[in-house]
Design a protein around this ligand. Structure first.
Ligand SMILES: [Zn+2]
Length: 402
């Protein structure tokens, strides 16, 4: 077989090509020009590609790069709430912090992430800097400033809208800025003083207008919704994914406004939900933690499509803690295989990038990681990332330690 210039054969003890398919043992992939060109058993590939450069990852398991569907690169996840909210007010300082957090994510095995709210146009700026190789980080899908009410959740980012006209205008602005998607704060949020996550910020007509405007521009709409009314509005408006989805009722009680009819509809429509399971859950008061786990468990049982995303950057959720969110999903009743899919194939499909990432198949982008252990049986192995390749470039090697 003729070798493309610069082809690289990467071998490992096992290759998980797709979370729904049994691994190839031992196996490998061939990468050229940033893409996967072949996948197969070690003996077959070694025979077909005898002349190419080779990386042998020994007994490690190779798998698709991981996806975090919900991050805030502008925040660092520090214990101090104020510190988490404000990485300095200077734009250059914030951009620099974002580049650092992007690196943390990728070192944890995350090769694709959605930045769902950063100040001004910094999301696009950091996305493009990373795409041009000016730093190490995941490929990003960015929202820039989220759409919110005047004084509403995350108003500090600069996306406030007073009425439907302003909402439509903001959508067009995001498009002109080059954002990949539109984030809309359908309910309030817990991290903004004076904002109530159980309550609606926008009604059905307003969110419908956002979806309609974004649709015409080819942009997906991502809805932040805690309260049940917000979930109903998001679903009714036809958003692409729903974030948090805590079924929050009066008094900010998680799961208190559970609606059996609405969850059936959510599952039937197939709208992906990112429940932002994360390291934050580890330190929660027991009753609140149980309510979180129980709510996600019930959605899973009802057949709701769940994807991995950690809200990294918010208080007590560092970007490096990605795998702790996967452990939390496992605790909610997702099998190890389901967790892996929620972090790769299913997430890629939900984000609209399933044609080029999420599995290891020829023609797809070479976003590949290797871990110690078998993630199809042991979710904790995903916290043991030893090697990371992003777009065909090795950004973390087994020799880096850790
Ligand atoms: Zn968020």
């Amino acid at each position: 077989m003729a070798s493309p210039r610069g082809a690289l054969l990467i071998l490992a003890g096992a290759v998980i090509v797709d979370p729904d398919v049994e691994p190839i043992r031992p196996g490998g992939i061939v990468v050229a020009d940033g893409r996967i060109v072949a996948v197969g058993r070690t003996d077959v590939l070694a025979g077909q590609w005898p002349e190419v450069d080779r990386i042998d990852l020994g007994r490690l398991t190779m798998l698709p790069g991981l996806i975090d569907a919900h991050v805030h690169l502008c925040y660092g996840g520090s214990e101090d709430d104020e510190g988490a909210r404000q990485q300095g007010t200077d734009e250059e300082q914030v951009a620099e912090a974002m580049m650092g957090h992007a690196r943390e994510l990728t070192e944890a095995g995350v090769t694709t992430a959605r930045d769902l709210g950063s100040p001004g146009q910094l999301g696009v700026r950091v996305r493009d800097a990373l795409a041009h190789g000016l730093g190490v980080g995941p490929r990003l899908l960015v929202a820039n400033a989220p759409l919110t009410t005047v004084g509403g959740h995350a108003w500090q980012h600069g996306g406030t809208c007073g009425d439907v006209r302003a909402l439509r205008q903001r959508v067009r602005e995001r498009h002109d800025e080059g954002a990949d998607l539109v984030k809309v704060m359908v309910t309030g949020g817990g991290t903004t003083p004076g904002s109530d996550p159980a309550r609606l910020q926008f009604g059905l007509a307003e969110v419908r207008a956002v979806v309609e405007e974004a649709d015409a521009l080819g942009m997906p709409v991502v809805a932040h919704a805690h309260g049940t009314e917000g979930i109903a509005v998001s679903l009714g408006a036809g958003v692409s994914t729903i974030e948090h989805c805590t079924w929050m009722g009066e008094g900010k009680a998680i799961g208190a406004a559970w609606d059996p009819g609405l969850v059936v509809e959510l599952a039937r429509r197939g709208t992906p939900v990112c429940p932002t399971a994360s390291a934050l859950w580890d330190g929660m008061p027991e009753a609140r933690r149980r309510a979180k786990v129980d709510t996600v468990r019930r959605m899973h049982r009802a057949g709701v499509r769940l994807i991995a995303g950690t809200d990294a950057g918010v208080k007590r959720v560092r970007h490096a803690d990605y795998a702790r969110g996967l452990a939390a999903l496992h605790e909610c009743g997702l099998s190890a295989r389901e967790v892996l899919s929620a972090a790769t194939k299913a997430a890629a499909a939900a984000l609209g990038v399933g044609h080029h990432v999420g599995t290891l198949e020829p023609t797809k982008t070479a976003d590949v990681i290797a871990v110690d252990g078998n993630p199809l049986e042991d979710v904790s192995s995903l916290g043991n990332v030893k090697w990371v390749m992003c777009g065909g470039v090795v950004v973390r090697s087994a020799a880096d330690g850790g």
